[in-house]
Design a protein around this ligand. Structure first.
Ligand SMILES: O=C(O)CCC(=O)C(=O)O
Ligand SMILES: [Fe+2]
Length: 314
């Protein structure tokens, strides 16, 4: 494979069960064979995607003092601003040359789960920019809907009841993450200096990138192939949580971001499932389970703790 497969999701929305089943089989083949693919016909308007990039530009242009008031170090719930070099996606390689901003599933301050301090159930931090919150949440909701549609396809493909994942996606852990990579300015740097080689942690990631190259994916032959942005398409990849759940039927695939020649922006939507959902390979596979059952929140916390110094110190 030299190029990621392209999967149209329109068939997953058909009223005809046969059409849905065929669309799910094509999706499932991409999840088994590659774990990384483009998704087209997803129904999210270009204006919505453009608006979120515009808001990412406005956010990262804020002065450092303001971004620091929104720091992820003030949130036990993985929300807020991650400063340049504060993250190591590949802990063995060193710090990533990028800054990021995380928005989680939006809860009010007085929500019972927030008051109880449940993991990943916190308030978001909002930058002081007009219209920002509403536009970003609209994009968040659109990605969540697409994520639910894809999970209906996974259920069908995996031979489960079509609503198997829906019950675990009522109030999932989900993170919309804006990313900004500075121009490498011609320095010789690590091939994965923008984002260290890693697999994603959750069930799926829905990624939009601007036209600047940088993302690369490790194919089954062990070669790094570029994953350039394709107009109108998202890049979707399987994360480790769904790989575990499916007992390795679906695969999460290593990827990295090269330090880009020009500054680069990307917006990733990481979709997990409800925090208390038990991720148990026996739900999906009859083969001997390769992983013990774990809740989604436990699994995600274990992965984030390995990525951020501030979480281990807390
Ligand atoms: O910037 C990108 O294209 C990908 C970023 C990524 O892989 C991640 O944040 O998990
Ligand atoms: Fe990633």
């Amino acid at each position: 494979m030299k190029q990621l497969p392209v999967i149209s999701v329109s068939g997953l929305l058909s009223d005809d069960a046969g059409v849905r089943r065929r669309a799910a089989a094509a999706l499932g083949a991409a999840c088994r064979d590659h774990g990384f693919f483009y998704v087209t016909d997803h129904g999210i308007p270009e204006t919505r995607v453009n608006a979120v990039f515009d808001n990412a530009h406005r956010l990262f242009a804020l002065p450092d003092e303001i971004k620091e008031t929104l720091s992820i170090k003030r949130s036990p719930h993985n929300r807020g601003y991650v400063a340049m070099s504060d993250e190591k996606l590949n802990p063995e390689a060193g710090a990533d040359r990028k800054e990021a901003f995380n928005i989680g599933t939006d809860f009010p301050e007085d929500h019972p789960d927030v008051l109880a301090g449940k993991p990943f159930r916190g308030v978001n931090f909002w930058p002081p920019i007009d219209g920002w919150r509403a536009q970003v949440l609209a994009y968040f909701d659109a990605c969540l809907e697409l994520g639910r549609t894809l999970h209906r396809g996974f259920s069908l493909d995996l031979g489960l009841p079509e609503d198997f994942f829906a019950q675990h996606l009522t109030q999932p852990i989900a993170t919309l993450r804006m990313l900004h990579y500075p121009a490498s300015a011609g320095e010789v740097a690590r091939a994965d200096g923008g984002a260290g080689t890693h697999t994603d942690y959750g069930n799926i990631t829905i990624l939009a990138t601007d036209g600047v190259p940088g993302l690369e994916v490790l194919n089954r032959q062990g070669e790094w192939i570029p994953a350039p942005s394709l107009p109108g398409a998202f890049v979707v990849n399987i994360g480790d949580c769904l790989m575990r759940w499916s007992n390795d039927t679906y695969v999460s695939t290593p990827h990295r971001v090269r330090p880009p020649e020009r500054e680069r922006y990307a917006v990733a939507f990481f979709l997990e499932v409800n925090p208390d959902a038990v991720v148990d390979p026996r739900d999906i596979s009859d083969a001997p389970p390769k992983y013990p059952p774990m809740t989604c929140a436990e699994y995600l916390a274990s992965r984030l703790n390995a990525t951020y110094d501030h979480r281990r110190q807390a």
